[in-house]
Design a protein around this ligand. Structure first.
Ligand SMILES: [Zn+2]
Length: 367
């Protein structure tokens, strides 16, 4: 079409789709709602592009569309060992969890991973129950996410970065190197590509597993979790970019938020500015620290600890301030924590918990 014709709306494109279906036999092979959803996805991409103002959407090459969606089901398509997909038929599945009673299947997304050697079915289920968002209560921790230590909490609970990812990078490099040496689009090239893709899939699964277990262990330790609101995508562009992406910090924070919600723990992000430049004890600005400076030593009050621990404490302080200043949010329980522990020296009380190495469970205030 000529350039001055306005971009067609979603409804217009959907209408055109039915016209196309009359001509194209291939399009008729696919379930109508699946093709409609592809149009919708393209439309959303276009709208996002227009709002953003840059980054023209890229065409999908053959084989690069890695998922498709069945948006609607009249009846439950899952029968223990099979899923019944329209136009495709019965497909054998390995069902990981049963669908809980009272839920209906809302939509089904089919994902392909590792160059179409692994297929996944993601089932979205729906129920008429209303789950309230967790409210702030009980004991809080501040979590500092970093490179040297994966994370450090205000209780000085430290998680080392997983070695696995650094080692796996080496193995991945070897596989990629082997794949590059094969004749393009030959059978051996294809096999090598599958090996690379499955290994990448394995790495991303291990990372996710690592993140999940940490998120759960943090939820074991506290009722409120505060994290910095850093935009990790920006930091990933810097000279530590590769390591930042390897850590998958953004993914971890999203996952932590989700795990907190699921377990009824309060999650909030706080302003990240100067978290490593403020003394958590007395609030003095201690000036900018270089990345190599791993120790916090306050010239005012003499408080000394590791840099990450100090910023974890600052994050916690900000988190508690934010919920206390928000009207309607501050409940009885928060008052309880502040009163019991004392606003002036909450750290003392918290150190007691950390030193007994009990993950702070005893120190939890009882509402
Ligand atoms: Zn100080």
């Amino acid at each position: 079409m000529s350039a001055d014709i306005p971009f067609p709306s979603y409804l217009e494109q959907k209408r055109q789709l039915t016209q196309w279906k009359k001509i194209s036999e291939k399009l008729r092979l696919v379930h109508s709602q699946v093709t409609q959803d592809v149009v919708k996805r393209m439309h959303n991409t276009w709208e996002a592009f227009k709002a953003r103002g840059f980054g023209f959407p890229r065409y999908k090459k053959f084989g690069s569309l890695r998922s498709f969606l069945f948006p609607q089901f009249a009846e439950n398509p899952i029968t223990g060992y099979h899923i019944k997909l329209p136009k495709i038929g019965l497909v054998t599945i390995n069902q990981h969890r049963p669908i809980p009673s009272g839920f209906v299947v809302k939509q089904v997304r089919i994902l392909s991973r590792a160059r179409n050697t692994k297929w996944f079915v993601v089932v979205t289920i729906q129920s008429d129950v209303c789950v309230p968002d967790p409210i702030p209560y009980g004991r809080g921790i501040g979590v500092d996410i970093g490179l040297e230590k994966f994370l450090t909490t205000s209780d000085n609970f430290v998680v080392e970065p997983a070695r696995f990812f650094r080692d796996s990078q080496r193995r991945l490099k070897v596989l990629q190197h082997r794949a590059a040496k094969k004749v393009k689009r030959s059978k051996n090239w294809d096999k090598a590509q599958v090996k690379v893709a499955s290994y990448q899939h394995k790495i991303s699964n291990s990372r996710k597993n690592f993140h999940y277990s940490i998120a759960h262990s943090l939820c074991d330790q506290a009722d409120m979790i505060f994290v910095e609101d850093i935009d990790f995508r920006v930091s990933a562009k810097g000279f530590l970019g590769k390591h930042m992406l390897d850590g998958g910090f953004g993914q971890f924070r999203d996952l932590l938020k989700w795990v907190c919600w699921k377990r009824g723990k309060y999650f909030a992000t706080v302003d990240h500015k100067y978290t490593s430049q403020i003394c958590p004890k007395c609030g003095t600005h201690t000036g900018k620290k270089e990345l190599s400076e791993r120790v916090h030593l306050c010239p005012e009050c003499g408080y000394q600890t590791t840099r990450d621990h100090a910023s974890g404490q600052v994050i916690l302080k900000r988190g508690l301030e934010s919920i206390n200043s928000t009207d309607g949010l501050s409940g009885k329980e928060i008052g309880c924590q502040v009163v019991l522990s004392g606003v002036s020296c909450p750290d003392k009380w918290r150190f007691g918990a950390a030193n007994s190495n009990s993950r702070g469970l005893e120190a939890r205030s009882v509402p």
